[in-house]
Ligand binder design. Structure first.
Ligand code: BG6
Ligand code: MG
Length: 226
């Protein structure tokens, strides 16, 4: 069994796709006459597509048939995919590649743990798929974050004890999921919002190699103690 593994959320950690999710939800909201702001979009971060639509319809006080609900899910996703098609490596968030390259050099196993069903095409668009030893996405989980399922499956796929895993997350639900999986959570974004994380950084430019090395050592000790 590997001693340590690193798990990355995708949206808001590796790439800034929140703006595209926002545009696609906004288009649907406009069509339905529901007011939807960038602040409302904050509540959609880390939340499954299905749950996002439920929240949007609750905001508009709209109840719909199952068929209509499914049709709007498809409509939103097709719209979102139009934005994704245009993505390239320039959309990788600052210094993500520096961290991925370092961990790869150290032969530390890495997994993706995302709620998105579009994770693989997005990683392909930004040429990062090859870094990951395991991909766990919205197609492979039955329970959404804050349930720890996504991260526990990722740890199992990497062959790492959950106690030896680090999780990078930008969403409150994701930090909660990592903490309940007994993994070491690192918030990427606003430290006040991500106050439940063990460590937090504004972005990856603030993470230095010394910190990563110390982290790996402390995880190995944590893992040894069980
Ligand atoms: C999460 C995003 O990673 O994936 C959410 O933070 C999004 O905003 C969710 O709703 C599902 O994504 P997708 O690509 O399957 O619609
Ligand atoms: Mg995210």
């Amino acid at each position: 069994m590997n001693k340590t593994g690193f798990i990355f959320d995708l949206d808001g950690v590796i790439v800034d796709t929140a703006k595209y999710h926002y545009l696609a939800w906004k288009n649907l909201a406009d069509e339905l006459g529901i007011e939807f702001t960038i602040e409302d979009n904050e509540n959609f971060k880390g939340v499954s597509r299905r749950r996002c639509l439920e929240i949007l319809l609750e905001m508009g006080g709209i109840s719909v048939s199952k068929e209509q609900f499914e049709a709007w899910l498809v409509e939103k996703n097709e719209d979102y995919l139009q934005y994704i098609l245009k993505m390239d490596e320039n959309e990788i968030l600052p210094d993500v590649k520096r961290i991925l390259n370092y961990l790869k050099e150290q032969k530390i196993p890495m997994a993706l743990g995302s709620a998105s069903k579009n994770a693989i095409p997005i990683l392909e668009k930004v040429s990062l798929l090859r870094y990951f030893d395991a991909i766990v996405d919205g197609n492979s989980v039955t329970k959404a974050k804050p349930d720890p399922e996504v991260f526990l499956i990722a740890a199992a796929k990497l062959g790492v004890d959950p106690l030896g895993c680090v999780v990078f997350e930008d969403a409150v639900a994701g930090i909660e999921a990592a903490n309940s999986a007994k993994m070491l959570s690192i918030g990427i974004g606003d430290s006040e919002v991500l106050s439940e994380s063990k460590f937090s950084f504004e972005d990856f430019t603030k993470i230095d190699i010394d910190f990563l090395n110390r982290l790996v050592l402390s995880l190995q000790e944590r893992n040894n103690k069980g």
